[in-house]
Ligand binder design. Structure first.
Ligand code: SF4
Length: 522
């Protein structure tokens, strides 16, 4: 047994003892020997945080001493009670019956502590503290405008009134400039930049060009940096495509959702099937000299969509266009969207069990088409599609936030920028990076991100997770993995692989493994 493994055993063993010694750090609080022993058994990277939490709570309860029972009691009352996220059922039909619901759209990361000081200073301090780090890094630039309104859309989207956008573009240029100096001092380079929204393709050609050129001028980028512009095909004219490519974009990601014209119109999309095919092929052609990748999203579970239409949309994207990548996403019913309000007036949507069937059908079709599986949802036709930003986002890679409402993370902290466009502009005009909040990642963030990333790639490698955590995890994770195996969600091959059912329920597996890791971290 390794030292780390025995540490786990002690942490959960319920030791008690009577020897008391005075804590050197806090004169007024006594830690019993068994409490110190428990604390000493947890990984060093969370030890001090647990000590502080225990002492704050003990003082609140008018205690003068901390014993093992008290330390262990802190493990109850988790922010994410396990009862809210039950383990899978053992069933002969796991893709339909392992769980009764999805535990979210993304596994997410919670449990971090808010930074109480100035968030802007903290942001630049984090940049400074990461000098010469070898870790990869990227940037996300948010364009909070869209001139259409799709039924299912829950993304923050303002008007596309031209003067508002022109002013916004200039403000983002200033934001990039304000960030550039701090970033350049770190010696780090960005390997991916993602323009998301909203709809960045609603920007004018000159605005797109200005933003991309400013990024390339002000921020240190690797020579193979992936620069993605997200958006929709409607109104993404040849002029805009050419401007983006000339400026340096090398990847376009379009929300197509379905090639069925009837379903598209019902969802508020403008272009019909033939126009979509024509535009996609034109953009592939324009991007070819630049080796630009063109990828699209398709959604299963839309109102009125049945398996035949779903497969037809996949076939259409693969056979009738030259796209380099394809994302297959499950419909996400967001509470405040027009889709939720109109649900009763629309053709019926697939139930969760039927969505599982659509997932399986789409998966089989993509395997038949011979596409590479880059992640559970993402498929690539060839090496041109790297999917770098999307995967790294799940892996918690450092990411610079740019633009109103952008989120990012750097060197163990998370940041959010002012989302009000007017206040955002005022801030950058005054020379202030518009970061309005910052929080520290939970102590187990790295290992949680690794676990999420592994599951995203349909595998689980406990040894790799142990390396990231710096301790043995098998006593904690093996019982969990045994349950998943019995439930038909994972299987042993050369290593642990997700079954097709495990892929469908991957977000639940990410949530459950994340909760386990948070339990260890306290
Ligand atoms: S085009 Fe995109 S941002 Fe605009 S409403 Fe549709 S889904 Fe939302």
């Amino acid at each position: 047994m390794t030292g780390g493994s025995s540490a786990c055993a002690i942490w959960s063993s319920g030791l008690s003892g009577k020897n008391v010694r005075r804590n050197r750090r806090k004169k007024v609080m006594f830690w019993t020997e068994d409490a110190e022993e428990l604390l000493g058994a947890v990984p060093a990277f969370v030890r001090e945080r647990i000590r502080e939490k225990a002492e704050v709570r003990a003082r609140g309860e008018q205690r003068t001493q901390i014993d093992a029972a008290f330390v262990q009691s802190m493990q109850t009352g988790s922010r994410h009670p396990v009862e809210k996220f039950p383990a899978p059922c053992i069933s002969v039909d796991p893709i339909h019956d392992a769980f009764d619901r999805k535990y979210g759209v993304h596994a997410g990361m919670s449990g971090g502590a808010a930074v109480t000081g100035n968030p802007v200073e903290h942001f630049f301090q984090c940049l400074e503290d990461s000098v010469d780090s070898e870790a990869p890094a990227m940037a996300y630039l948010h364009v909070p405008f869209c001139c259409t309104r799709c039924l299912f859309c829950g993304f923050y989207a303002e008007t596309t009134e031209p003067t508002a956008i022109a002013g916004y573009t200039d403000a983002v240029v200033r934001d990039i400039e304000l960030t550039g100096a701090g970033l350049r001092n770190t010696g780090r380079k960005l390997s991916a930049v993602y323009f998301g929204g909203g709809t960045p393709t609603d920007l004018q050609a000159s605005e797109l060009e200005k933003l991309i050129r400013t990024i390339r001028r002000e921020l240190p980028l690797t020579t193979d940096c992936e620069i993605t512009v997200e958006g929709r095909l409607y109104d993404f004219t040849d002029e805009k495509v050419a401007a983006a490519l000339d400026a340096g974009a090398n990847r376009f990601s379009f929300g197509v959702q379905s090639f069925d014209t009837g379903i598209r119109r019902m969802m508020g999309r403008v272009l019909g099937r033939e126009e979509l095919i024509e535009r996609l092929n034109r953009i592939v052609e324009l991007g070819d000299p630049y080796h630009a990748a063109v990828v699209i999203d398709l959604i299963y579970g839309l109102p009125g969509q049945r398996e035949a239409e779903w497969i037809d949309s996949i076939d259409c994207g693969v056979n009738e266009t030259g796209i380099h990548g394809l994302d297959l996403y499950q419909i996400n019913l967001l509470p405040a969207t027009p889709l939720m309000k109109k649900l009763n007036a629309l053709p019926s949507m697939a139930t969760l069990k039927q969505q599982a069937d659509l997932f399986l059908a789409g998966r089989s079709r993509m395997l038949e088409h011979g596409f590479d599986r880059l992640t559970i949802a993402h498929w690539g036709r060839d090496a041109r599609e790297r999917n770098r930003y999307n995967l790294w986002n799940k892996l918690n890679v450092d990411c610079i936030p740019l633009g109103a409402g952008a989120g990012g993370r750097w060197n163990g902290s998370r940041f959010f920028q002012q989302s009000d466009v007017h206040r955002f502009s005022t801030s950058v005009t005054e020379g202030l990076k518009p970061v309005i909040s910052a929080s520290k990642d939970p102590a187990c963030a790295s290992v949680m991100a690794s676990a999420t990333g592994q599951i995203e790639q349909r595998r689980i490698d406990v040894r790799e997770l142990e390396k990231v955590a710096g301790m043995s995890l098998r006593e904690t994770l093996f019982p969990l993995l045994d349950t998943w195996k019995k439930a038909g969600l994972i299987e042993d091959q050369d290593d642990i692989r997700l079954t097709p059912a495990g892929e469908f329920w991957s977000v639940n597996l990410q949530k459950l493994i994340g909760l386990k890791l948070m339990e260890i971290a306290g």
